[in-house]
Write a protein that binds this ligand. Structure first.
Ligand SMILES: Cc1ncc(C[n+]2csc(CCOP(=O)(O)OP(=O)(O)O)c2C)c(N)n1
Length: 337
């Protein structure tokens, strides 16, 4: 799957950027480009046999992961899923750490205990994502509960996929958060497939955002390929949570442009959907918004892409050279003393 489209997206640029901080916009753009570059590099690493197992990516989720994370304060909590590399990077996770994780290296955030994507960094207030989806949701309510209990004005942003909304923990988390007026922002990344299950077999509701009403919280549906729309919706929900007004639900609609993971050719996906979303590359769309607004020029945009490419190459080099864990440490961090 080609991950860069051409100037054809330029004609579809979103409305102007208003009086938003140009530095923030350029930073959002830079991290979206970096996310794409790192994931493209990691796809090549997967194909080249560098990784231990399969690879989960978030192509076309960059506007969601970066756009939403950029609405948080660093001391807010993040509970990501497997499509949210952009949110990790935004908060300070290094690309080489992510690569090291998929290689089981000692330098990965789990010290090589995990050979895939269950990395987090508590020093960056990023909760390690669990495999079971959306098991991060009840934990997110716990984190928000703790913040409220301690009288801190911290917010917790948690992501899940469309398929995950069918699970009981989704219902439990939203119920508890709204009853307790917890500072949660729940973000449903609707990429229209839950592995091979299409949206029409996941929910009969008109939207996921509409479900918020039943929990007594606001719900909003945004274009998940539009970084500004995502950022604005998240900023509003974060402000509400921080003000003690309780949780919100955001649905961002995008498309899973790669397989569930790289081993999956995803030939069950409708060809028309791929064709439609090939014209809606979130990275290109946002770049074009900034170019049209004069926040970025062509030379700067080119430089951002090249810097990201080089950064990803250097990250691979470091991760490859990093050591595997020492077998003597195998019990470290497993048992409490
Ligand atoms: C409780 C549970 N059931 C099944 C799985 C296997 N599984 C992992 S991801 C996934 C699909 C998830 O779909 P969705 O929530 O829409 O997220 P997406 O992968 O599309 O981003 C499944 C079935 C799991 N990890 N946990």
């Amino acid at each position: 799957m080609a991950t860069r489209t051409s100037s054809r997206n330029r004609r579809k640029a979103a409305p102007a950027v208003g009086d938003r901080d140009p530095d923030l916009l350029r930073r959002i753009h830079r991290f979206m480009v970096l996310t794409r570059a790192v994931e493209d590099r990691m796809v090549a690493m997967y194909k080249g046999g560098d990784l231990l197992g399969s690879l989960y990516t978030g192509h076309w989720h960059e506007a969601i992961s970066v756009g939403a994370a950029s609405a948080l304060r660093p001391d807010d909590y993040l509970a990501p899923i497997h499509r949210d590399l952009g949110a990790h990077l935004w908060r300070g996770m290094e690309p080489w750490q992510v690569m090291a994780s998929f290689m089981g290296k000692a330098t990965s955030p789990t010290g090589g205990r995990d050979g895939t994507l269950h990395y987090g960094r508590l020093d960056l207030n990023i909760y390690n994502l669990p495999s079971h989806i959306p098991a991060n949701f009840p934990v997110a309510t716990g984190m928000a509960f703790a913040a409220k209990y301690r009288g801190e004005d911290r917010v917790c942003l948690a992501f899940c996929g469309d398929g995950s909304t069918s699970r009981a923990d989704f219902h439990e988390a939203l119920t508890l958060a709204s009853v307790q007026k917890l500072p949660n922002v729940f973000f449903v990344e609707n990429n229209q497939y839950a592995y091979s299950t299409p949206l029409r077999l996941t929910s009969a509701s008109e939207s996921f955002a509409a479900k918020a009403a039943a929990y007594g919280m606001p719900g909003v549906k945004v274009d998940g390929t539009d970084a500004l729309a995502v950022h604005d919706a998240t900023a509003e929900a974060v402000a509400r949570a921080r003000a003690g007004e309780g949780p919100s639900l955001i649905e961002g609609v995008t498309m899973r442009m790669h397989g569930h993971a790289e081993h999956d050719p995803a030939d069950y996906v409708l060809k028309e959907l791929y064709e439609e979303y090939a014209k809606k590359d979130p990275v290109e769309l946002f770049e074009n918004v900034l170019l049209e607004a004069g926040v970025l020029d062509d030379a700067a945009a080119k430089q951002v892409r090249e810097d990201a490419r080089q950064y990803a190459i250097a990250a691979r080099r470091k991760a490859l050279a990093d050591p595997m864990p020492d077998p003597a440490d195998i019990e470290d961090g497993v048992y409490a003393d």
